[in-house]
Design a protein around this ligand. Structure first.
Ligand code: TXA
Ligand code: MG
Length: 333
């Protein structure tokens, strides 16, 4: 199969919407990362997503809607869920809710719950509303690769496996949505993502964050998620972080075949002398936004060791640290 990249103009969005209606898959941009979408009410279409990504059938998909009311078509909405929908949607918050029976089992991996979000991206919203059906979509990477934040990343992973990629440029947030399971009391955070979990808690009170912590810690023992082309390690956050990083860089540089690069905040760039650095912006949010993109860039530039600066815990720092731990398999220096 040949994979074409189409600019996300009006004509091409309509074409892709028709493909979705006809049971094809389409990669498309959202404000978080690119998704690989199919008609969420068509089990055969959804099956194509699992095949293209090499995704285990046990891992359920998020259903994307173009309108808050469309959530009622696939899920039962509680009062607390309604509060979060009104506050955060469209946006990078995914809610797990009791599912309605029209959602095929393959989409939810047989669970009686369904994950739903309304993306805050004009191309995604237009595509879903023109398709006239809810769209199930995981991130459009091969399983175990970093999520794609540009059309080119999708192409690198899925070329030959999907018919089309709608190119809407770079994803503005660059990392995945925050997921909260509203079927649990208190609601349970399943993934720390682009919406700060403290802001979610401020709306509905107590949240169970144990899973995020346990998953993050268990990644220290069993590396999950990312299969590295470049090894990634990161520094704990402290005052003399740059000294520790420089030492690690110098000792690894002396090892045969090692080509290290440092991921650093802009303001720290001059602490690393002549060593190779890649800039991660001026804030934790920017760092989080650039992380997946810079990893792919580093791999393409043939660096084989990424030494990433740490950040303080709290807010988006917690999200970023959970990604760094996952990507590094817990290799802290
Ligand atoms: O930002 C995002 O969330 C992106 C864009 C494309 O929307 N999507 C995304 O999808 O990251 P994916 O499939 O890569 O991650 C979705 C996560 C998976 O870990 C899956 O296990 C979980 O959501 N999930 C989906 N449905 C669920 C359910 N019913 N119960 C619990 N977890 C669920
Ligand atoms: Mg994913």
């Amino acid at each position: 199969m040949e994979t074409v990249i189409l600019k996300a103009d009006r004509k091409n969005i309509l074409k892709c919407a028709e493909m979705l209606r006809n049971g094809d898959v389409v990669a498309f941009p959202t404000e978080t990362v690119y998704g690989l979408g199919a008609n969420a009410l068509d089990g055969d279409a959804a099956k194509k997503i699992f095949k293209a990504k090499g995704r285990p059938a046990t891992n359920p998909l998020i259903i994307h809607v173009a309108d808050k009311h469309q959530i009622d078509d696939v899920a039962y909405v509680s009062d607390a869920a309604k509060k979060l929908i009104d506050k955060f949607m469209p946006g990078a918050l995914t809610l797990v809710l009791p599912k309605k029976s029209n959602v095929p089992d393959i989409v939810t991996a047989g669970f009686d719950t369904v994950a739903v979000r309304m993306p805050d991206h004009p191309v995604a919203l237009r595509l879903i509303s023109e398709a006239g059906v809810p769209v199930c979509a995981p991130s459009a990477n091969t399983s175990a690769r970093p999520s794609p934040t540009q059309a080119e990343h999708v192409y690198d992973d899925l070329n030959g496996k999907i018919p089309v990629i709608l190119d809407g440029g770079m994803c503005p947030l660059g990392l995945e949505s925050t997921i909260v399971d509203m079927t649990k009391t208190p609601p349970k955070v399943l993934r720390a993502g682009a919406v700060d979990i403290d802001k979610v808690a401020a709306e509905i009170g107590e949240l169970d964050t144990e899973k995020v912590m346990v998953d993050t810690l268990s990644a220290l023992k069993v590396p999950v998620g990312y299969v590295p082309k470049a090894e990634l390690v990161f520094s704990a956050y402290y005052d003399n972080m740059s000294e520790v990083i420089n030492k690690y860089y110098d000792s690894s540089e002396n090892m045969h075949g090692s080509r290290p690069v440092i991921f650093c905040r802009n303001e720290n760039a001059d602490k690393y002398g002549d060593r190779k650095v890649m800039l991660m912006g001026g804030s934790v949010t920017e760092y989080a936004k650039l992380l997946f993109e810079r990893i792919r860039e580093a791999e393409k530039s043939d660096y084989n060791l990424i030494i990433a600066e740490g950040v303080p815990m709290g807010g988006m720092g917690t999200t970023l640290l959970s990604r760094l731990i996952k990507l590094s398999g817990g290799k802290v220096i």
